[in-house]
Design a protein around this ligand. Structure first.
Ligand SMILES: C[S@@+](CC[C@H](N)C(=O)[O-])C[C@H]1O[C@@H](n2cnc3c(N)ncnc32)[C@H](O)[C@@H]1O
Length: 270
């Protein structure tokens, strides 16, 4: 729409305060616990066998064992993550810790026998996977018939410019194709897994975290400081840490402003 002087300096100022007040009202964004809600709706029995693909430090594996009584194998390629997850496991009550194990593995090489699992949980990992085709095929291999995948991942949207994507994906270890929603759709289709639901979480988690504790705005403020005085932070923490922090802040800001979208795929074998 073309700029209109009368609208901009006369009509709009009369609306602006009311409009801003309306925008101060929450749109009730869903928070990350929506993933647990998705699992709850699958109505799996306690003792169901689950793999947490790319479990990181194990927090979600613990939640799955605690909330649902599942037996969870967390797998991750990073030894530090496995060490931290195993250390956290040692602090848990025996009823929970006995349901948890952590092993080295990747999304394309799960240390699990064929057709033995009830659920594959894969949260915020797929963008790092070189070949999503192979990962979804691996998920199909380890699931028993009737078993499910619940996968959450970020995806690039049309708002993300090519140069922004090139820099961000390089710094954040993202395989560009794996953040392309069409590539993910194709990989799922080729796996033979049935699509139960694809939930568009859009900017909701970013809105939610800002509404909860201001962490979205904090990332924006950090980004501004990083960009204004790069040498200050490079001198203290080094170039690699500077780039990692810049990438992380941009990631969070882009998630909140929709340059990165978020999707939850719920899939079933057979
Ligand atoms: C952003 S973290 C997410 C951790 C955890 N799933 C969560 O949601 O908090 C990404 C995790 O994926 C792991 N990862 C990276 N490449 C992977 C791969 N090819 N297969 C499995 N996990 C991988 C990393 O080591 C890291 O723990």
């Amino acid at each position: 729409m073309a700029w209109d002087r009368t609208f901009f300096y006369d009509t709009y100022p009369r609306l602006e305060a009311a409009f801003s007040a309306r925008l101060d009202e929450s749109l009730a964004p869903r928070d990350p616990s929506v993933l647990l809600q998705v699992v709850r709706e699958l109505d799996l029995r306690p003792d169901s066998r689950v793999v947490d693909v790319g479990c990181g430090e194990g927090a979600h594996a613990v939640r799955l064992a605690t909330h649902f009584g599942f037996r969870v194998l967390g797998i991750d390629p990073v030894q530090r993550h496995l060490d931290l997850a195993r250390a956290a496991r040692r602090d848990l009550v025996p009823d929970i810790s006995s349901r948890l194990a952590f092993e080295r593995g990747t999304a394309t090489h799960l240390p699990v026998a064929d057709a033995t699992l009830d659920l594959v949980w894969c949260r915020d990992v797929m963008v790092h996977v070189e070949h999503p085709d192979d990962a979804f095929a691996e998920f199909a291999r380890v699931l028993r018939p009737g078993g499910h995948v619940v996968a959450f991942q970020a995806v690039a949207t049309d708002l993300l410019g090519d140069e922004e994507a090139d820099w961000l994906f390089d710094v954040m270890g993202v395989v560009p194709a794996s953040a392309d929603p069409r590539v993910v759709d194709d990989a799922i289709a080729r796996s033979g897994l049935h699509v139960v639901d694809t939930i568009d979480a859009s900017t909701e988690w970013g809105e939610w975290s800002q509404e909860q504790d201001g962490s979205g705005g904090r990332a924006l403020l950090h980004l501004a400081r990083l960009l204004r005085e790069p040498e200050r932070y490079r001198a203290e923490f080094g170039d690699a840490a500077y780039d990692a922090m810049l990438g992380d802040c941009r990631w969070q800001v882009y998630r909140t402003m929709g340059k990165l979208g978020a999707r939850i795929d719920v899939l079933r074998k057979g």
